[in-house]
Write a protein that binds this ligand. Structure first.
Ligand SMILES: [Zn+2]
Length: 302
């Protein structure tokens, strides 16, 4: 039986917010079984919280913002992506302000914090959202869909009119090892002209070459260059994994993305949640050693 998972102990990540440029502190705290993932604003009276669910997505331009009546939190996706890869079911994400620390623009800082905290299995079985029929969302030339698969796999294609990026594709089975090695270090990226426009609007005040790849007309401005030749598409996989957490349950399926950003991802997530005839809630195992594929093959035959 695959059981639900939280972390062993509280752990803190300090940094600055990408847009505010102000110090930002985040703590991961263990949560009881069946509670899900919640964002808590410890700086506000009564420490209000909201569940990380699709219905609480407020904005998807530039980054994913979650919010309720009392507050909102932006740039959540890099933190959530690490939670998806490590299959964390129950957790409190405590924040002392409106933004999550940006770290180095990748998921590394969150990955390291989770590994430091350690993982704890809980008594309740994990309930996966297993996709039994394809679910599709398209918007112009951008689209995203998910098809049945006995695990979690992402195929992502990006196509940018910039010589340093161009068209790039990645196809990967997601597990802790592949995430740590292939995805977590991939940084967010932006174009110098957009950064300048954002600064005029009071955004990206914390953004720098320390926490993003910045592209000018001539190429990459970061003196250290890229961490992977295809770091851009890897970061898009990272973002998509983060947005998947708003499903509220771990997904079993093959996610295929074409030029899909946060907006397309959040709409696909909402469509999956609105298609109960195309998904099934399942528990895996009975025997912890049973391979996922065998369990699901048995399940789909019946
Ligand atoms: Zn991102």
């Amino acid at each position: 039986m695959y059981l639900q998972r939280t972390i062993r102990k509280r752990v803190t990540v300090n940094g600055i917010g990408l847009h505010t440029g102000q110090p930002a502190s985040l703590s991961f705290r263990p949560a009881p079984p069946d509670s899900g993932i919640h964002v808590v604003r410890t700086d506000l009276p009564g420490s209000p919280s909201i569940p990380v669910r699709a219905e609480n997505i407020q904005a998807t331009s530039l980054a994913t913002t979650l919010g309720g009546k009392a507050f909102s939190v932006s740039t959540v996706e890099h933190c959530l992506s690490a939670l998806a890869a490590y299959r964390i079911d129950n957790l409190f994400i405590e924040l002392d302000g409106p933004e999550i620390p940006i770290g180095d623009g990748s998921a590394r800082v969150f990955m390291e914090a989770l590994l430091l905290a350690g993982f704890a299995e809980q008594e309740e079985p994990r309930r996966y959202l297993y996709v039994t029929e394809p679910v599709f969302f398209g918007d112009g030339d951008k689209h995203a869909y998910v098809v049945p698969y006995s695990g979690l796999r992402v195929t992502c294609t990006i196509d940018f009119q910039h010589a340093a990026i161009g068209r790039s594709r990645m196809d990967l089975d997601i597990n802790e090892t592949s995430f740590n090695r292939e995805i977590a270090p991939a940084r967010t990226f932006g174009f110098l002209k957009d950064v300048e426009a954002m600064r005029l609007r009071g955004l990206a005040r914390g953004g720098s070459l320390e926490n993003a790849i910045v592209l000018g007309d001539e190429g990459i401005l970061n003196p250290e260059g890229l961490r992977f030749p295809d770091e851009f598409v890897r970061h898009k996989v990272l973002d998509a994994l983060g947005d998947l957490v708003t499903l509220g349950r771990p997904l079993l399926g093959h996610l295929v993305l074409f030029k899909a950003g946060h907006d397309v991802m959040s709409k696909l997530v909402k469509k999956i949640l609105a298609s109960p005839d195309r998904t099934k809630s399942i528990e895996l195992g009975g025997d912890f050693a049973t391979p996922v594929a065998t369990t699901i093959a048995g399940l789909t035959r019946s």
